[in-house]
Design a protein. Structure first.
Length: 127
């Protein structure tokens, strides 16, 4: 049976809140979500509305030359392939970046490190 690892919900929620706070003066919204960009807000045309934030790292162990993860934001469960040279049972670390546009989460980037070296990285959603 394949093991699916999950990232910490509290760390993810805190990361998303910090990004939303940085765009609070630009976005108007309701309880259901953002509805518009504030008409009184001055938007700097040189600023990039895309921002990625650290969403946490978790310990993982390779299995069948892959790492399987449950992703946040409704992005489902996915397995990342590993190079054949990484033996099964090897300890590693999976790290999450949350991608946003105007403070709204749009996707994630997952990186898997073995012995401190990134061996695979993949984005899901819009990053």
């Amino acid at each position: 049976m394949t093991t699916y690892y999950s990232f910490d919900d509290n760390t993810i929620n805190e990361a998303i809140a910090s990004v939303k706070d940085s765009f609070a003066g630009v976005l108007q919204g309701s309880a259901e979500g953002v509805t518009s960009i504030a008409s009184s807000a001055f938007l700097d045309s040189t600023a990039n509305p895309s921002l990625s934030v650290y969403g946490g790292c978790i310990a993982v162990v390779t299995e069948n030359h892959k790492i399987c993860l449950n992703l946040p934001l409704g992005l489902g469960s996915h397995c990342l392939p590993l190079p054949i040279s990484v033996p099964d049972g090897t300890a590693g670390e999976a790290c999450l970046e949350i991608c946003t546009t105007w403070g709204i989460p749009t996707g994630v980037k997952v990186s898997v490190k073995i012995a401190g070296i990134t061996v695979v990285s993949q984005t899901f959603g819009k990053c």
